[in-house]
Design a protein around this ligand. Sequence first.
Ligand SMILES: [Zn+2]
Length: 190
Amino acid sequence: MSILKVARIGHPVVRQAAQEVPRKAIRDPLFQKLVDDMRLTMYEYEGVGLAAPQVHEGLRLAVLEVPGSDERAREAVPFTVLVNPVVTPIGDELEHGWEGCLSVPDLRGIVPRFARVRLEALDRDGKPYSLEASGFFARVIQHECDHLDGRVYLDRMDGMRSLTFIKEFEDHVAHGAGDEPGHQTEGNDA
Ligand SMILES: [Zn+2]
């Protein structure tokens, strides 16, 4: 397995819509290696998600994994592979929470996302699955699937006023001011 180079905003691949993965390509050892390499790269950079365009592959593929966090009452999500995902909001409730992105290093911002979504995708064996997600899990799904359409979280912010460097986030948000209910105060990249 290899740790892959992460593309940052400014590289055109981050802004291009990714291509569907042909179903028969999923079993290809090269595709399977890409999934493993993305998993390793996500762990290396302590992200909670990674989309293929972030590693210079224009494919509709993303991985995610959310470690549990007692402090923030965040539900753990096991390693999940999303091939050709389709996300549909359930209801129109929005939640505002902090996000970061490996392609937008050193920054955090508050992003509105649908509180509940349905995800339909193929797993790494090409098997279709569907699930409903809420809270932080729903947020990570929406963040990753945006990458497949060439979008980053900055495009979804209500404005730039909450945009914060990680150091200032840790000094002023993570340990104090932002601790209202419903506010994610954990910094994570995806
Ligand atoms: Zn991202």
